[in-house]
Write a protein that binds this ligand. Structure first.
Ligand code: CP
Length: 308
């Protein structure tokens, strides 16, 4: 995999994805073998929005490769608060680190910031845009649980603002998939994403308002949170809040082999009673963030070569 920056899953080929997932599997099998791959390497963390999983798993990944992190900290405690631009901020921090991880509330922020730096920049979520490193751990989890070809997946919840959804949908077009999108009408996938997906030969897509119409055919159900913070109008959020919750009763029509995923955090869309079932893969999915981000960092910091 040879990319200067990772901004969107659209830039990834099937070969790129398989290279990362294969490397992540090697690391997961023998984490100790990767422990000194990047001694002294420093990863710059720039999180302009809250995060638990992405930030901490990147930090864990860099440290498990023998490196360390430099963290801008919260917006409130940084010079962003004094009015420093994103372009200036990344230009400064690239002088402190070998690669940068950026999360920002504005769609397009990572693409813009990458124009100003020479070190690799990884998009850790740009508003309602993309979240390609989440997609990598999603694909890894799908491959482990259901396989990536001849896959029937349901993607449910906030498809309009859901950056994990946008990135995953594009990445899955590299495989033979049937993608079912389940949401209220007001939170459907952006029309340009639907258009792009329809252009792909190996991808069939359908949109639904009810999970029941498709549940029994699914290998994977990918549930997402309705993201209150992205709604311009609280009244619009209230109209859809609490829709698309699943519990054990919902799953009566599901296949015994159904894998349930969620990028997390969840609010109320998956009942805790599902956590102890064989269906639940969302905590495993979050844990997969470490070997997958180790693989990404290893490949980027090694110039694309898994073994130097
Ligand atoms: N899945 C995800 O991006 O979680 P965080 O917001 O906690 O990083």
């Amino acid at each position: 995999m040879r990319h200067d920056h990772l901004i969107t899953s659209k830039q990834l080929s099937r070969a790129d994805i398989e290279t990362v997932l294969d490397r992540a599997a090697e690391i997961a099998d023998d984490p100790a073998a990767a422990a000194d791959r990047h001694t002294n390497a420093l990863l710059g963390l720039l999180f302009f929005e809250p995060s638990t999983r992405t930030k901490m798993s990147f930090e864990t990944a860099m440290k498990r490769l023998g490196g360390n992190v430099v963290d801008m900290g919260s917006v409130e405690s940084s010079s962003v608060k004094k009015g420093e631009t994103l372009a200036d901020t990344v230009r400064v921090i690239e002088g402190y680190a070998d690669a940068l991880v950026l999360r920002h509330p504005k769609q397009g922020a990572a693409a813009m910031a990458s124009e100003f730096v020479d070190v690799p920049l990884l998009n850790a979520g740009d508003g309602a845009g993309h979240h390609p490193t989440q997609t990598m751990l999603d694909l890894y989890t799908i491959r482990e649980n259901a396989g990536l070809d001849d896959l029937t997946i349901g993607i449910m919840g906030d498809l309009k603002y859901g950056r994990t959804v946008h990135s995953l949908a594009y990445a899955l077009t590299n495989f033979d998939t049937r993608q079912h999108f389940i949401s209220p009408e007001s939170l459907q996938l952006p029309r340009e994403v639907v258009y792009d997906l329809h252009q792909q030969d190996d991808t069939q897509i359908r949109e639904h308002e009810a999970l029941e119409s498709v549940l029994s055919s699914l290998d994977v159900l990918y549930v997402t949170r309705i993201q209150r913070e992205r709604f311009p109008d609280e009244n619009e959020y209230q109209k859809v809040a609490g829709e698309y919750q699943i519990d054990l009763e919902t799953l009566e029509e599901a296949s015994d082999d159904l894998t349930i995923m969620h990028p997390l955090p969840r609010v109320d869309e998956i009942a805790p009673e599902i956590d102890e079932t064989e269906h639940a893969a969302y905590f495993e999915q979050a844990h997969n963030g470490v070997p997958v981000r180790m693989a990404l960092l290893d490949l980027l910091l090694s110039g694309g070569e898994a073994d130097e």
